[in-house]
Design a protein around this ligand. Sequence first.
Ligand SMILES: Nc1nc2c(ncn2[C@@H]2O[C@H](COP(=O)(O)OP(=O)(O)OP(=O)(O)O)[C@@H](O)[C@H]2O)c(=O)[nH]1
Ligand SMILES: [K+]
Ligand SMILES: [Mg+2]
Length: 472
Amino acid sequence: ARCSTGAESLVPRSTIFALSSGQGRCAIAVIRTSGPASGLALRSLTALREPPPARKACLRLLRHPCSGEPLDRSLILWFPGPQSFTGEDCVELHVHGGPAVVSGVLQALGSVPGLRPAEAGEFTRRAFANGKLSLPEVEGLADLIHAETEAQRRQALRQLDGELSQLCQGWAKALTKALAHVEAYIDFGEDDNLEEGVLEQADRDVRALEAALGSHLRDARRGQRLRSGANVVVAGPSNAGKSSLVNLLSQKPVSIVSSEPGTTRDVLETPVDLAGFPVLLSDTAGLREGVGTIEQEGVRRARQRLEQADIILGVLDASDLASASSRSFLDTVVSPLVAQSHSSGGRRLLLLLNKSDLLPATAPACDTALPPHLLLSCHTGAGVDSLLQALKTELAAVCGDPSTGPPLLTRARHQYHLQGCLEALGHYQLATDLALAAEALRQARRQLSHLTGGGGTEEILDLIFQDFCVGK
Ligand SMILES: Nc1nc2c(ncn2[C@@H]2O[C@H](COP(=O)(O)OP(=O)(O)OP(=O)(O)O)[C@@H](O)[C@H]2O)c(=O)[nH]1
Ligand SMILES: [K+]
Ligand SMILES: [Mg+2]
């Protein structure tokens, strides 16, 4: 029920409120509002005549505005617009986290004229609408909320800090300059006052831009892997200890381990955090010939999964290297991968010799006939640290290193617009007519502005904001 004060008609834009901290019992819960009636809401709940000092926490008794019923003693914060997260007047109430307190305060806010519950992502959407965040920054914020590993958090924070937006803005500026040169030539081409070489300068700028875009696009898959997880596939002959390794890395009993060859038949996937990177780890059936139809299907699936891998962990039994199945895995899977890995962009391989605990203590140092490998024992844990170290290096190569590398393109959307920009620049190079060349530059600039959210269509915004929870 609303209290009637007749103020509603005076309020131009709705004011939203929501619980912004997690659901459930907790010590402190944060409730916030955004919009022109935020000040009214604060006055209604605290009986303050004046808003408290901006951005300073103070302790106040909150009461229901209609019944006067005390609700909680809480910290209140007043953020007058435009210096707030959304750019509008905002209030934050840090209340005690009991469910009755939270629902009482939410109900009290709902009774203030002009206030309504927020929809998912609506605070952030207002921040975007008010120019507080660019679209890549909004995406960074969504990713930060969902980040599960350290590398994901670093990447999301960089995007939230606007690195990708700044990069695009720099490119857009370069395009504007090139366009100005071309337009000047169109207008004053015959004029002696025009600086010499303006068209050549524009050509040079466009070529530099093409190179920069090209190098970012070549890296494009990395950022997406960092967002959604790299594909790491464990493969090898049966009984090498593949499932033992998967269980060890994921620290849970994902796969059945047994001394019987052919234990794993399906591809078993589990998401894990490896050295701070998100990984989709797959266990596969042991590769061997001459087995029953079910296992054959397992082997077929294992080979198929190998094709999709970003990184392959090839596992062999160190005490059984001379066996036919070990030789066959080395010849048919390992050698081609080692040969190929010298060309960039291929799948990466780490060769692991498991069961090192079975080797005699005086075993010869290392078999020089084998490609580079790591010794490991899933039973004793020996060699696991070196494996994690090596994996971290490989993962940084396939996902990009968010602590040092250039800003990453984390979404297909980024790639799409940069590709569009690059294509438009291609039209510029081919254009024989200056008017067409200028139009190509405008087209290229539009693609960059779509990326940062200028002229963004509603559908894209809906798609991005649906990732958000209520209260964000
Ligand atoms: N001694 C020793 N035994 C190991 C080690 N790792 C695994 N094993 C044993 O090797 C056997 C096979 O292990 P699994 O993990 O099931 O091997 P797998 O490669 O998944 O086998 P399949 O799924 O049948 O292809 C089991 O008896 C394990 O206990 C190790 O480091 N040392
Ligand atoms: K087995
Ligand atoms: Mg197995």
